[in-house]
Design a protein around this ligand. Structure first.
Ligand code: NDP
Ligand code: 2IT
Length: 445
């Protein structure tokens, strides 16, 4: 069997799922040599088994709007792999959600969760629900209806969902409330919970902090730091917010954020109250980053454009999949960018990744760089099981340590003959080995 034959078989089985096939191809290409040279893996047909979700649940989510009209959304939970722990991964509510996107995210989550060193399998779910313009009561009714079906498929030892795009503390609260009512049970079945009801300190900041910790490790390996660096961030959500805070703490200057409508360039730096304002922007649910320039008139808004044309030292894509293409990658390289760390899942297209690797800049794939979010979810699960809470310094120290370890695992498995570290290869191999070995140990199930 060749990679080509393998991918042709996967493509035939998963027709019409481009994002899923994109994610599978990247992993298969980078782990192929390790796989083929391990007779135990080949005999157990691990690669073909690992690209098949253990279970996909698709369900109807009916809900009533404030005018009394009834709507129907489709809900999904992809339970991809439970070889090393309960399924774990976020829920995404966004109009673009479909099975291909959730399968790509669930697949990536397997390897990401393996990299965290914590016992978590891979899963993802969500709905094409559009929160834009919806009232709080509508959001609550939707979340309750979503959980009225999902509750029978999840549990603290089975599957532990969390947030992702469009799902933050408010939505987790409404879903947790419904789960608790239906099961008559208070357990750590969701992560990203509120502080007063089982949530972990630092979880909201964790993904963004983790991305910056990972980038810091990459820079450190080259004798560099964030001090005085210009940084472009895309998105203006949870991950972008956490990343912006940590870049400032480490002495860097964040000059951009972006939304579906364009990007903001703020040469004075996005820091202090501007970071708090990012929370307001996201909570406004209006799909626009433009408003930032009205509040801070020295900043410029570039409609319909992406921030990758700005001259920066470090780029942190934190919005969504395939938001950085080959032209963006070329622009970043031409402008002297030295480090790209993905806060979002698969934000760079395969051609863009190739361009970064060709230029031999420091490039961290999402499944390594953004693993701090799910890692801190894992720490929330631990605190829930122990029925105690760690303080923020303790959680942050553990998160930092996990990100350092992930960096080391990627460097160990991704170093090439000339000393260049291919973090894409390193992350995929390190994440894959642990899951593949666990699957072998458990027989054909
Ligand atoms: P949020 O919903 O908090 O924010 C997502 C942000 O990106 C929103 O501001 C959204 O705007 C914006 N956005 C969406 N599409 C585009 C686009 N095409 N161009 C620019 N901006 C866009 O989600 P998160 O911050 O939680 O998630 C961001 C990314 O990080 C996702 O890829 C997610 O999978 C990933 N991630 C999240 C983790 C977490 O713990 N939350 C953990 C690891 C990864 P709008 O909604 O108006 O379209
Ligand atoms: O993509 C991701 O890793 C997340 N959205 C976080 C998942 C989680 O379970 O915390």
């Amino acid at each position: 069997m060749t990679i080509h034959d393998f991918m042709a078989k996967v493509a035939a089985k998963n027709a019409g799922e481009p994002e899923f096939l994109q994610a599978v191809k990247e992993v298969v290409e980078t782990v192929w040599d390790v796989y083929i040279s391990n007779p135990r893996f080949v005999k157990a047909n691990i690669l073909e088994r690992i690209v098949e979700p253990e279970r996909v649940i698709i369900f109807r989510v009916p809900w009533m709007d404030d005018k009394g009209e009834v709507h129907v959304q489709r809900g999904f939970r992809v339970q991809f792999n439970s070889a090393i722990g309960p399924y774990k991964g976020g829920l995404r509510f966004h109009p673009s959600v479909n099975l291909s996107i959730l399968k790509f995210l669930g697949f990536e989550q397997i390897f990401k969760n393996s990299l965290t060193t914590l016992p978590m399998g891979g899963g993802k779910g969500g709905s094409h629900f559009d929160a834009k313009g919806k009232s709080d009561a509508e959001i609550m009714r939707f979340c309750q209806s979503f959980m009225a079906e999902l509750f029978r498929h999840i549990g603290p030892n089975t599957d532990v969902p969390a947030g992702d795009i469009g799902v933050g503390g408010r939505e987790i609260g409404y879903m947790f409330g419904m789960y608790k009512k239906l099961n008559n049970e208070f357990t750590g079945v969701l992560t990203g919970k509120g502080r007063n009801w089982g949530g972990s300190l630092i979880r909201p900041e964790a993904t963004g902090f983790g991305v910056v910790y990972f980038a810091q490790e990459m820079l450190k390996a080259k004798g560099l730091s964030f001090e005085g660096k210009r940084v472009a961030i895309s998105g203006f959500g949870n991950v972008a917010w956490g990343a912006a805070q940590k870049v400032n703490e480490l002495g860097g200057k964040v000059v951009t954020i972006s939304g579906p409508d364009g990007y903001i360039l703020d040469e004075e730096g996005i820091s202090g109250d501007k970071i708090d304002y990012m929370l307001e922007l996201r909570a406004s649910n209006n799909d626009r980053v433009k408003d930032y320039a009205d509040v801070y008139p020295n900043a410029k808004f570039f409609p319909g454009k992406r921030p990758w044309e700005v001259k920066v030292d470090v780029a942190l894509p934190c919005a969504t999949q395939n938001e950085l293409d080959i032209n963006d990658a070329k622009a970043l390289v031409a402008n002297g960018c030295i480090c790209v760390a993905e806060g979002a899942n698969m934000p760079s297209t395969p051609e863009a990744v190739e361009e970064f690797l060709k230029a031999k800049l420091l490039f961290a794939p999402g499944k390594a760089a953004n693993a701090g979010g799910v890692a801190t979810s894992g720490l929330e699960m631990t605190q829930n099981s122990m029925r105690l809470n760690w303080n923020s310094e303790e959680v942050d120290a553990k998160l930092h340590e996990i990100m350092r370890n992930i960096h080391q695992a990627c460097a160990d498995n991704g170093v090439e003959n000339d000393g260049f570290v291919n973090y894409v290869k390193g992350a995929n191999i390190a994440g894959f080995l642990k899951v593949a070995n666990a699957m072998c140990d458990m027989g054909v199930v």
